[in-house]
Design a protein around this ligand. Structure first.
Ligand code: NAX
Length: 331
């Protein structure tokens, strides 16, 4: 039998945490034959609720779940973890300035970076979910210099999956037959969902999404804004933000990273920019990537038309501003 993998979930008493930990314990993230030990971290006001989640995990008798740690101590939570899913953060409350929210999250991600750097297993893979996800990941990277930068990523897979979902609904095809959409940039409303290279598997072979949709006005208009604004639409409908879809997408992100993407398929991940596609180096930016042997690689050589170029630049500008704001919170 395989040795268990230790998976940290921060903010585990929250909404996404509650949807995510059972998925991990069922093998959705790391595979149906991979035992796991869950490390759950939250803050003292949520300690009792966190313990309740631990009780439910015990009650569910998951065969793959070999242990559960529920703690408010970051060092205990981070010790020996192989995968870290960072869902905990400070939410933006009404009337709060962007700078105040940023400052709270910078201090959380700075201290959790140190705990991970000192106590996580070598080669720990990190996924930041909490918003502002790209910039929290960047802060984590800055303050965990011994963790390789390729190991620090943020979640844009939910946006990617939302784009697949919209195309599938529009064309009335199976979502599993749609592939190679791209989310570029920030996990925010400036993200650019791009279908220029996306395809649908049909009975007569692979066809470009653009050709099948045949409605450029929708693809450059309503489609993009629907994906960009989907989080807000969920809040409006549920009075709560996306949780099950975020949890499921976080599993997709880690699973594909660890176990690889299928041949001919790419996915979107927020990763440390190396300057590909003229995106400024030094930002955590969402790119199309393929994964193999536990490593992601940015898909190279895709054509970028003028419309797309502007969108890639706009979301990069927002990320540069966020980065500057985050750094201004450090001093
Ligand atoms: P909740 O408020 O339900 O849960 C957050 C949990 O984090 C709470 O239990 C809280 O006590 C805990 N927490 C706060 N500070 C902490 C700290 N320093 N250490 C450990 N835990 C801490 O929020 P939820 O709906 O679960 O969302 C979590 C985060 O995901 C939010 O930042 C949210 O904005 C972000 N999202 C990101 C998405 C993405 O695609 N990247 C989509 C979904 C979601 O909106």
């Amino acid at each position: 039998a395989k040795d268990p993998v230790r998976v940290l979930v921060t903010g585990a008493a929250g909404q996404i945490g509650y949807a995510l930990v059972p998925m991990i314990a069922r093998g959705v993230m790391l595979g149906p034959d991979q035992p796991v030990i869950l490390h759950m971290l939250d803050i003292p006001p949520a300690a009792e609720a966190l313990n309740g989640v631990k009780m439910e995990l015990v009650d569910a008798a998951f065969p793959l779940l070999k242990g559960v740690i529920a703690t408010t101590d970051a060092v205990e939570a981070c010790t020996g973890v192989n995968v870290a899913v960072m869902v905990g953060g400070f939410p933006r409350k009404e009337g709060m300035e962007r700078k105040d929210v940023m400052s709270k999250n910078v201090s959380i991600y700075k201290s959790q970076a140190s705990a991970l750097e000192k106590h996580a297993a070598a080669n720990c893979k990190v996924l930041v979910v909490a918003n502002p996800a790209n910039t929290n990941a960047l802060i984590l990277k800055e303050f965990a210099p011994s963790i390789p930068e390729r190991n620090i990523t943020c979640l844009t897979r939910l946006d990617h999956n939302r784009a697949l979902g919209q195309i599938s609904e529009k064309l009335n095809v199976q979502v599993s037959d749609v592939k190679n959409v791209i989310i570029w940039g920030n996990h925010s409303s400036t993200q650019y969902p791009d279908v220029n290279h996306a395809t649908v598997n049909t009975s007569s072979g692979e066809k470009p999404v653009k050709e099948l949709v045949g409605d450029d006005a929708w693809l450059t208009g309503g489609f993009i804004t629907t994906v960009q604004q989907r989080g807000a639409a969920i809040i409006k409908a549920r009075k709560l933000s996306s949780a099950l879809s975020a949890a499921s997408s976080a599993c997709d992100h880690i699973r594909d990273w660890v176990l690889g993407t299928p041949q001919g398929t790419w996915v979107s991940m927020g990763v440390y920019s190396d300057g590909s596609y003229n995106v400024p180096a030094g930002l955590i930016y969402s790119f199309p990537v393929t994964c193999k042997d536990g490593e992601w690689k940015i898909v190279q050589g895709l054509s970028i038309d003028e419309f797309s170029r502007k969108k890639l630049d706009l979301t990069a500008e927002e990320l540069s501003e966020e980065k500057a704001l985050a750094y201004s919170c450090l001093t």
